[in-house]
Design a protein. Sequence first.
Length: 242
Amino acid sequence: MNYTDPIANMLGPWSQEFNLKSILLRMSIAIICAALIGWERSSKRHAAGFRTFILVSVGCTVAMMLDRFLAHGNSGYAYLLSAATIVGIAIVTTNSVLFSSRNQIKGLTTAVGMWACGIVGLSAGAGYYTISAIGFAAVYCSLSFFPAIETYLKHRSNHFDIHLELTKPCYLQNFVTTIRRLGLTIDDVESNPAYIGSGLSVYTVSISIVSPELKKYKTHHEIVEALSTLDYVYYIEEMYRQ
């Protein structure tokens, strides 16, 4: 199937050839797209931010341009550099994902966003400017605008996790009893060893709403607010997977 890039058509034949202008254009697109995505991540205090995303995108763009150059006139050439780059990104991003507990995964969205940013860099390096623009828009919207929808759906879910700090470990049974009386069930309780020696008993608690009345009229925030009024609860908040 022959594909003609609309943006390349507007720019002219030079944008599909290998020359200084086309190389600078492809690199500029990769850097700008990655910078915007990286800025979005760093503005939310994620570890992989501005420079990391730019480096990933630039590396993928260069790899694709080298592959296209080496493949010119060589029909049997496989795009090895591009494939190796994507595998490398997958390895790095996998190692950057943190499992703070069985119910809490941190860094997953940023890791996948970095991988997607690399794909956008590959398309820019290949000279597919329209695909790059659409891919960038999709990635940026997914990271910037979709979280509001995700939060809305989470608040309508019958399952949620909380970070719970009790003044003494003996009060855990009291908390479980109170939860059951409210029409909730506890699916899992995990002690957090990071707070050993602090004088507090800290847990990650997975809760399900089973009461029909609670499902209709109460939000997660209202349930957490009600639990925070218990005398033996030092601190409580809802937890979110990243």
